[in-house]
Design a protein around this ligand. Structure first.
Ligand code: ATP
Ligand code: MG
Length: 198
């Protein structure tokens, strides 16, 4: 039978339980064999903020997913130079797993930006898109081509990486917002201590 692979793209700066719950729920609902987390390369939508080095984001993603046999991490985006485009991510993963069908998982906020993505029709031919609920964002598919996107309600996790970074910078805990190993990795590497634009 054709393998079904979830693809969860993100900056993961840091990865948190909102990402993990979304991936786990979609895997369950769609009967996915695996979910591949794909940390971005140089992120082009993040504006002025300087993003944590890709290797740190990659390692935090590995630490956070290591205990789940159905979760994996791909380096395709961080090993490709230049900004990350979802089309390239899906094209590379499709080349690695030509027999798999891909399910691209995205939160309500990122789904809203889908129409601004390049090559939207190509995207829909590379993967089925799954939009998940996220507290604070409206999940709507009014403008999306029919049948290309499935909207899914997942347990509400009002967590963002931005908030986690701000908490660390201000000396507040991120325990229980991110996996324990990620708390320890952040401390070990001294990430997010700088005050300033988070
Ligand atoms: P930042 O605040 O830096 O933008 P983030 O928390 O939004 O970080 P990203 O790495 O930007 O995390 O998100 C990766 C993907 O995960 C996106 O599709 C995003 O919509 C989704 N996502 C992030 N947090 C949640 C959440 N709490 N619930 C559901 N989906 C989420
Ligand atoms: Mg985000």
């Amino acid at each position: 039978m054709q393998r079904k692979i979830g693809v969860m793209g993100g900056t993961f700066d840091p990865i948190h339980h909102g990402h993990l719950v979304a991936a786990s729920e979609v895997a369950d609902l769609f009967g996915l064999d695996e979910v591949v987390f794909v940390p971005t390369g140089q992120p082009w939508q993040k504006g002025a903020r300087s993003v944590t080095p890709a290797e740190d984001r990659y390692l935090m993603t590995v630490v956070a997913t290591a205990s789940n046999p159905r979760f994996g991490v791909s380096r395709v985006d961080i090993d490709r130079s230049g900004p990350t485009y979802t089309k390239d991510t899906l094209t590379d993963l499709h080349a690695e797993m030509p027999d798999a069908s891909l399910f691209f998982i995205t939160g309500a906020d990122a789904l809203g930006a889908i129409l601004s993505w390049r090559d939207v029709e190509d995207l829909f031919s590379l993967a089925h898109f799954v939009g998940v609920t996220r507290p604070g964002y409206e999940l709507e598919d009014d403008h999306l081509p029919e049948g290309a996107v499935t909207l899914v309600e997942v347990p509400a996790m009002a967590i963002s990486s931005t908030d986690c970074r701000r908490r660390v910078a201000e000396g507040h805990p991120v325990w229980y917002l991110v996996p324990d190993g990620v708390v320890q990795y952040i401390a070990k590497r001294g990430l997010y201590r700088e005050q300033g634009e988070q």
